[in-house]
Design a protein around this ligand. Structure first.
Ligand code: ADP
Length: 475
């Protein structure tokens, strides 16, 4: 069976977050289920530079933003179709932001072009039975298929409902869709054009990246203005957990680590811990934990909660490595904390794969105090690398981490520390609890062993995606 995936990023070519990890890993996982995936990506310089033996397949005229070409080729394990439209995508760096760190003003046209190209490739390309569109950047794919009179079943996957691709109504005439599409039963969203809304509306099936998030987004608290639509489509809404590419994320083979290790022998982890402390200029106290945080600096991720709970972390003797960038006020607060608490708080304000892996493979605990979290990959990376995740009970965090309370530990479960709600006070309490557990070395070793034993692979979820895609193809 053949599937056309459409997305704006994919590991190892271009990544701003978990979307890229999933789009990059799912084709390999689905191949094991007998499903061949071709992935359509925008022709950013990093993508065009990576494809071997690019062969032009065809020209596309009358695309939003002007004519373009689709190139076919491979990059590593990915079978790619690349939308070569230099006026739209020949821009280095972050795929969505210009050098002033604000959205490119033509993002609506850029990703409308991606979706329109996907709809044509789905029909004219060889043998695609189902289209799998990811997030708002691919959100118009179903609309172009439906209004182009072509039929291919579409699975639309939401990785984060907060990124809605909402544009003013003035964009609509440039999309090349019929007037009738600008309607509640179409792409219209609160008076403008909603790419994510359109993705949800036109899809034959919808999935999101954890069962708990699938339930949360049908409620007014979690639905971000789309709960009505999602509740109305609950019969086709599925929650399928993300996995990790466990060959790519393997502490026994990771070249980024100072020392490689596995679940049977975690002793070399101490070398990573020492390297992590050197990298962040941390001087941990004997018997007290090294904590880490990896992620986008946004309200969603609760970076402010980490900084508000810092007194509790420091009182408990802990030290903290912070890695990430994003909103300036959070970056400024983190920089200030590192200055005030030199030796106990370190901050690297960038995207850095090596440091991220050093945190997963060297820290004792990884903080994930997200206010909402569709799935979250950081806690999966932490589990896989033996860092105990300390997470808010929301979305995929609730589905993937088992709180190490008395009962759970007695039953041989317990992989992390789970707190609720996502507030500074509850995070502070969780950090005190984590430090107390850490001080009890045999208990901590059990929690760490449970974490390392957790199945974070794609195996189970790939089977669920495969079943869903096959059911769509049979329609
Ligand atoms: P998001 O909401 O950003 O997609 P996820 O937890 O789903 O969050 O995925 C984040 C991914 O990006 C993980 O693989 C994480 O390790 C990685 N990541 C996030 N920030 C950084 C950073 N500053 N440097 C390196 N990797 C990062």
């Amino acid at each position: 069976m053949r599937v056309l995936a459409v997305a704006s990023e994919a590991v190892p070519l271009v990544k701003t977050g978990g979307l890229a990890d999933v789009v990059g890993a799912l084709p390999g996982a689905l191949a094991a289920e007998g499903i061949a995936v071709t992935t359509l990506l925008p022709g950013y310089p990093a993508v065009l530079g990576a494809i071997d033996r690019a062969e032009e397949t065809w020209r596309l005229d009358a695309l939003p933003g002007g004519p373009a070409r689709i190139l076919r080729g491979r990059a590593g394990a990915l079978d790619l179709a690349v939308l070569d439209a230099p006026a739209l995508f020949d821009r280095p760096g972050n795929p969505y932001l210009g050098s002033d760190r604000t959205d490119w003003p033509d993002n609506g046209i850029r990703f409308a072009a991606l979706a329109a190209a996907a709809s044509r490739l789905a029909v004219q390309g060889a043998g695609f039975e189902v289209v799998h569109a990811h997030d708002w950047q691919a959100g118009l794919t179903g609309a172009y298929l439906r209004h182009g009179g072509a039929s291919r079943p579409v699975l639309f996957t939401v990785h984060n409902l907060a990124f809605q691709g909402a544009f003013p109504a003035t964009l609509f005439p440039q999309l090349g869709l019929p007037d009738a599409a600008f309607a509640l039963a179409g792409v219209e969203f609160y008076g403008g054009v909603g790419f994510l809304k359109a993705g949800l509306w036109y899809a034959d099936a919808i999935s999101t990246v954890s069962p708990t998030y699938a339930a949360e987004i049908t409620t007014p608290e979690g639905g971000m203005g789309l709960d009505g639509l999602l509740a109305g489509r609950a019969d086709v809404l599925h929650g399928i957990l993300n996995g990790l590419d466990t060959a790519e994320w393997d502490p026994a083979r990771d070249p980024h680590l100072e020392a490689r290790f596995d679940a049977d022998d975690t002793a070399p982890r101490a070398l990573n811990r020492a390297a992590l402390c050197r990298a962040f200029a941390l001087a941990p106290r004997e018997g007290a934990p090294v904590f880490g945080f990896v992620g986008r600096f946004t309200w969603q991720k609760g970076v402010d909660l980490v900084l508000d709970a810092l007194p509790a972390l420091l009182d408990a003797g802990g030290v903290l490595a912070l890695l990430g960038s994003g909103e300036e006020w959070l970056e400024a607060r983190a920089a200030e904390a590192a200055r005030l608490h030199a030796g106990r708080v370190g901050f690297a304000m960038r995207f850095d794969e090596r440091l991220a892996r050093l945190i997963y493979g060297g820290a004792d605990g990884v903080l994930v105090p997200s206010r909402f979290e569709p799935c979250g990959l950081t806690q999966l990376c932490a589990l896989r690398y033996g860092a105990v995740p300390i997470v808010a009970r929301t979305g995929g965090l609730a589905d993937t981490v088992v709180d190490a309370n008395e009962m759970a530990l007695r039953q041989g479960w317990g992989t992390g520390v789970v707190f609720s709600p996502a507030s500074a006070a509850m995070l502070a309490a969780a950090l005190r609890r984590a430090a107390a557990l850490f001080a009890d070395a045999p208990t901590w070793r059990r929690i760490q062993a449970n974490a390392l034993r957790t199945d974070v692979s794609w195996a189970r979820s790939a089977a669920r995606y495969a079943a869903l895609l096959r059911a769509l193809a049979r329609r």
